[in-house]
Design a protein around this ligand. Structure first.
Ligand SMILES: CC(C)(COP(=O)(O)OP(=O)(O)OC[C@H]1O[C@@H](n2cnc3c(N)ncnc32)[C@H](O)[C@@H]1OP(=O)(O)O)[C@@H](O)C(=O)NCCC(=O)NCCS
Length: 155
């Protein structure tokens, strides 16, 4: 995936512009800086322009063991439906497999048809509704993707 790379400090302005046109309650710059220091922060760049980003972090729970939590993903409005989110998610899945992490979790607004369709295409399944999850009172769906273990070689 040649267009997906780790975010750098100089990507922040472009990322913030996409964040602000994508969400009613955008993350502040500090939130992105925090994830750049510890976590997974990928950008999609085409011809020197950042057109999308993804943020995830590794977490652990007694029930699931280690998993990736997808915390943010957005694509510039004028670059949507061109496979950019797909490329970012595919990269995250590759990183997860490299690290032996087989579970991905995320929350998505119930009304967000674009994101719900994208995640279902990847095989995410809805685990439960989270009533009033967002600060504006909107409900979320908790979604989970279980990755298959890679064969360890022929015998
Ligand atoms: C959701 C979002 C990240 C998708 O990014 P994208 O780069 O346009 O997605 P892709 O081009 O990789 O789309 C892959 C598939 O997802 C589905 N999809 C994407 N946008 C869709 C839409 N508006 N309506 C219905 N399905 C959609 C389609 O199945 C699409 O495949 P297709 O184009 O071959 O039909 C983008 O719409 C966005 O930034 N939205 C605002 C931020 C946001 O809601 N983020 C998710 C928070 S949980």
């Amino acid at each position: 995936m040649p267009n997906v790379r780790e975010a750098k400090g100089e990507d922040l302005d472009a990322v913030l512009a996409i964040e602000r046109e994508s969400f009613p309650n955008p993350w502040p710059a500090e939130e992105f800086q925090k994830h750049q220091e510890g976590g997974i922060f990928l950008v999609y760049e085409l011809r020197g322009k950042v057109l999308g980003y993804l943020i995830a972090s590794e977490k652990t729970s007694p029930f699931r063991g280690s998993f990736f939590h997808l915390e943010n993903i957005a694509v510039a409005r004028n670059a949507r439906r061109q496979g950019i989110a797909t490329a970012l998610l595919a990269d995250l899945i590759s990183i997860a497999k490299e690290k032996g992490i087989l579970t991905l979790l995320l929350e998505v607004r119930e009304e967000n048809l674009a994101a719900l369709t994208l995640y279902k295409k990847f095989g995410f399944i809805e685990k439960m509704s989270l009533l009033g999850f967002y600060s504006d009172g909107d409900n979320a769906r908790l979604m989970e993707l279980q990755l298959a273990t890679e064969p360890t070689g022929s015998s």
